[in-house]
Design a protein around this ligand. Structure first.
Ligand code: NAD
Ligand code: UDP
Length: 320
């Protein structure tokens, strides 16, 4: 008999790819989302799929599911800095109250719960590359603190349910992931640069561009999450691509890829923007026999093709 899985944040970037993957693996998928940062278009293709059912619901409100549940993936949360700065209270609530509701649901249903944590739990890291045993350097009261601390609380309450109630839990610390279905106007650097290139605008570098990130293609990320869910490891695991690049060099790569002749312009660096970020993925390699397969050139080309296929209206829709 097919297993049932609940995926929150199903209409978002990662959530929608997870729905596709678990359907492909033969699961019955129940998608849940309130569309606060997601888009119904991301799951439009699943509308009449016999293995898919959608519930529009805010996970910070009590959740009732009729079916038995074997697995739950909690991916609902604003994920881009401009989103969580615009809706800070909802961000705190979905990481805290939302996670509490899902833990309660998992306990009732005897389901295994995987939560989407983030490299942001390391804040502006003083250890490089970041290993899972690093406690992080987070400014709790800064503007980004709403996201970072919500995710840190989420990890903490998840471990408490694991230890106190014996709940089966998994924690993935996701590092910057990109690919088709990202929202063009979500403010994250990849859609921002690609949108600017497509509209013929200059590329906006925040700060002097010396800050680094390490970008992981979505298919690699989904594979890592799948393997972690199926593993028996309850502690956090980094999933990301360790190939690090400065934002300035990255802007140059985008200009080459898009064959545009844009200039770069420099804008103020957002408060608490981490200066460096690179996952140490030794643990994922050892535990899950996982490592990323898609290089930046290949992944960016696929992603650029996706953005090129958007309508004029979508291309010019301003940040919400
Ligand atoms: P996204 O904004 O595309 O998707 C998030 C989805 O959650 C959206 O569809 C949104 O409508 C939904 N949502 C938010 N609050 C909700 C609520 N209260 N009730 C129901 N639905 C709600 O973002 P994403 O990039 O797909 O991120 C998904 C998850 O992965 C998030 O938890 C994020 O923190 C985590 N993550 C992502 C990245 C990344 O690089 N993409 C990195 C680290 C962590
Ligand atoms: N960034 C930038 N220009 C933009 C958007 C982002 O220079 O138009 C920078 C941002 O300051 C950060 C990096 O790119 O240093 C990655 O930002 P993103 O929002 O994608 O993710 P996060 O900061 O959460 O890693």
């Amino acid at each position: 008999m097919s297993k049932n899985i609940l995926i929150t944040g199903a209409a978002g970037f990662l959530g929608s790819h997870l729905c596709d993957r678990f359907i492909k693996e033969g699961f019955n998928v129940i998608g849940m989302d309130n569309f606060i940062t997601g888009d119904a278009k991301n799951i439009e293709h699943l509308k009449n799929h016999p293995q898919f059912r959608f519930i529009k619901h805010d996970v910070t409100e009590h959740i009732t599911i009729e079916e038995d549940l074997h697995y739950i993936l909690h991916f609902a949360s604003p994920a881009s800095p401009i989103d969580y700065l615009k809706i800070p209270i909802q961000t705190l609530k979905v990481g805290s109250l939302g996670t509490h509701n899902l833990l309660g649901l998992a306990k009732n249903k005897k389901a295994r719960l995987l939560i989407a944590s983030t490299s942001e739990v390391y804040g502006d890291p003083l250890v490089h590359p970041q290993t899972e045993d690093y406690y992080g350097n987070v400014n709790a009261i800064g503007p980004r603190g709403v996201y970072d601390e919500a995710k840190r609380f989420q990890e903490s309450i998840t471990m408490a349910y694991h230890r106190f109630h014996g709940l089966e839990t998994r924690i993935v610390r996701i590092f910057n992931t990109y690919g088709p279905r990202m929202r063009l106007n979500d403010g994250r650097v990849i859609p921002a640069f690609m949108g600017q290139a497509l509209r013929g605008e200059d590329l906006t570098i925040f700060g002097d561009g010396s800050q680094t990130r390490s970008f992981c293609y979505v298919d690699d990320q989904i594979e890592g999450i799948y393997r972690l869910l199926m593993s028996d490891y309850a502690y956090p695991v980094n999933i990301g691509n360790p190939h690090e690049i400065s934002i300035k060099e990255f802007a140059e790569e985008i200009i080459k890829l898009t064959k545009t002749h844009q200039k770069v312009v420099y804008k103020e660096l957002p408060v608490d923007d981490p200066m460096q970020r690179q996952p140490d993925i030794s643990l994922a390699k050892k535990l899950l026999d996982w490592e990323p397969k898609v290089g930046r050139a290949e992944g960016m080309a696929i992603t650029y093709n996706y953005f090129k296929g958007l309508t004029e209206e979508e291309l010019y829709k301003s940040a919400h």
